[in-house]
Write a protein of this length. Structure first.
Length: 96
C-alpha cells in the first residue's frame, strides 16, 4: 500500500465549503480509479489553516496510472476552490 499525503492551506473560515467542493470533485473522481483504497481528511487542532488529505492506494502503479489530464480536469472543475498542495508519499511497511 502507498499513502499519498497532501497538505493544503485553507482559510478556516472557508474550510467547510472547501471540503464540500473537494468531496464533490476529488473524492468522487478517486472512487472511480482502480487501486484507490480510501481517503481521509485531517485537520490539526493546533494548525487549523492546514488540511491534510491521506489517500490510500493499493500500489504505486495504481497511483501512477492516474492520467495527468484527469488531474488537470478535476482541478479545473474545482474552480476558485482549487488549492495547491504540498505532497509527500509513504509506503506502508506494516499494517495491524
Amino acid at each position: 500500500m502507498v499513502i499519498e499525503f497532501l497538505t493544503f492551506e485553507v482559510d478556516p473560515a472557508e474550510r467547510d465549503r472547501w471540503l464540500a467542493e473537494e468531496e464533490r470533485h476529488w473524492s468522487r473522481y478517486l472512487e472511480t480509479r482502480p487501486g484507490f483504497a480510501g481517503k481521509e481528511m485531517w485537520v490539526d487542532d493546533d494548525d487549523p489553516g492546514r488540511v491534510h488529505a491521506v489517500i490510500r492506494w493499493e500500489s504505486q502503479q495504481a497511483w501512477d496510472d492516474v492520467p495527468r489530464a484527469d488531474v488537470e480536469a478535476v482541478d479545473e472543475a474545482m474552480g476558485e476552490w482549487c488549492r495547491d498542495a504540498a505532497m509527500r508519499s509513504f509506503r506502508v511497511v506494516r499494517d495491524c
